[in-house]
Design a protein around this ligand. Structure first.
Ligand code: DLL
Length: 448
């Protein structure tokens, strides 16, 4: 395995908050929580109403332990107050907006003040420093640039660390490989499945990634496994790190692995993690698996209090051998709701339903089948059509297929293969309809 060429003082300075004594960290969390609750209560009607309903006032929050007095928030709050209802800062102070898919056609929108951008930059610097990156690294940023938080989120933090950023964004695999070789890239970030696709493509092009200066891979935005890490590390001769985050909280930069690779340190001075039972909503102790709930301790524009992520994990209470005092969460491998992630894009079955409703001659009976080919996620949407359509001419079927595909692309932002099936062919369920069949194998040894 290739080792980092050098460490420098800048990296140590950047990572200092990761090693804060626990007492100091607790005090800081308490102070920051008080201030974020005051702002949310004063400026966001939704938070104020919900706190009032619980008879909780900002003054009741004296320290971080009082966090469980606060009500939860969830994705639906962002949807029902779309687009700016949860903003706590006036628009003149908001310097950036990002968005991610909601449960139906409309996205959810979050904002950042100039100070939020500084916090984001800071947690990304710490994320990359934990992965062994430093000034002088050349980072190929293959996360998507745009409304998605991956590209621009990583971009500014990497520059602030002193790395040289190549803002290539996602896609165009051949060009990615050409630049990896020509620009002497030492680090790359993208979704893990995209990197595996890149590895396969490199092999086809006769490029041996192991022979390149590429040393570090920073991967996230979707679930992946230890098996995939081994496959990547062995196949590309790099060290692979898991990073976690979500748009509602900040984007990437919520939690990241260190060189020990045993869970992801949560940047707890900025985002406070809790684990709850997803059914009862009761807090669970460290060490027990449940739904991750996050509160932003510093976010000005869109603060989030006790946001239910639906990501299932466990907080690991034992100190990490790296010396960081930040608690770790275990890698996230499933969710408590029906959202699925395709090539890093979040998709809800309800979005597909909304897209189908816009097209006549279809039934709202559909099935999404997820598979993998050449390392990339493939999606087929099977849609039941009326009997008349099914007996119509092929060209008309094709026409309808095109319309559905376009409608889905419009709502979800992703092109999916559509297959029209006869009425009554999709199995009806007794209880909750099964809309998604996930046949993507998570084990790269099996079949990619
Ligand atoms: O995926 C932010 C991000 C960008 C994270 C780049 C890491 C790297 P969203 O599009 O809002 O934001 O999706 C958030 O993706 O709730 C998880 O379900 C999933 N997710 C993100 N990172 C991981 C990970 C970005 N490392 C949703 N492992 C989250 C498993 C992840 N799931």
């Amino acid at each position: 395995m290739k080792e980092p060429s050098c460490h420098n003082w800048h990296v140590h300075a950047v990572s200092m908050p990761d090693f804060m004594p626990l007492k100091k960290l607790g005090e800081l969390q308490g102070k920051r929580l008080r201030s974020v609750v005051e702002s949310a209560y004063a400026n966001v009607a939704c938070f104020r109403k919900r706190m009032d309903a619980r008879k909780v006032k900002p003054q009741d929050i004296k320290g971080i332990a009082d966090i469980s007095l606060l009500p939860f928030s969830e994705k639906n709050d962002l949807r029902t107050t779309y687009p700016f209802g949860l903003f706590a800062s006036p628009m003149k102070d908001v310097v950036r907006l990002h968005a991610s898919s909601g449960t139906t056609g409309k996205p959810i929108v979050v904002g950042y003040t100039a100070r939020d951008m500084e916090v984001w930059k800071n947690v990304i610097m710490r994320t990359l420093a934990a992965a062994g990156m430093h000034r002088g690294d050349i980072l190929q940023n293959a996360f998507g640039y745009g409304l998605f938080t991956g590209g621009l989120g990583l971009h500014y933090g990497a520059e602030a660390l002193g790395a040289t950023v190549i803002p290539i964004s996602g896609g165009n695999t051949e060009r990615q490989i050409m630049l990896l070789c020509d620009l002497k890239v030492t680090a790359i970030c993208c979704t893990p499945t995209y990197f595996i696709h890149l590895m396969e493509h490199a092999e086809k092009m006769g490029v041996d990634l192991k022979k390149l200066p590429l040393r570090v891979g920073v991967f996230g935005a979707e679930p992946w496994t230890e098996g995939m890490r081994l496959f990547i590390e062995k196949g590309a001769g790099i060290k692979a790190f898991d990073i976690y985050g979500l748009t509602e909280i900040i984007g990437p930069g919520v939690a990241a692995e260190c060189e020990r690779h045993c869970g992801l340190h949560v940047f707890e001075d900025c985002f406070y993690p809790e684990i709850i039972d997803p059914v009862s909503g009761k807090n669970l102790p460290d060490g027990k698996e449940g739904e991750l709930v996050l509160s932003t301790l510093q976010k000005e524009a869109t603060p989030m209090l006790r946001y239910r992520t639906h990501d299932m994990t466990t907080i690991l209470p034992e100190p990490c051998k790296c010396g960081r005092t930040l608690r770790r969460i275990m890698r996230i491998d499933h969710r408590s709701d029906d959202m699925f992630i395709i090539r890093g894009v979040n998709v809800y079955p309800s979005q597909i339903e909304a897209a189908l409703l816009k097209v006549e001659q279809t039934f709202p009976h559909y099935l999404v089948i997820l598979t993998k080919a050449n390392g990339l996620d493939q999606v087929e949407v099977q849609v039941e059509v009326t009997r008349e359509v099914f007996s119509d001419r092929i060209s008309e079927m094709e026409n309808l297929r095109g319309k559905i595909s376009l409608s889905i692309e419009h709502v979800v932002g992703l092109r999916m293969n559509v297959r029209l099936v006869e009425p009554q062919t999709i199995e009806r369920s007794q209880g909750k309809a099964k809309r998604v069949v996930d046949r993507r194998t998570m084990n790269p040894g099996d079949k990619l």
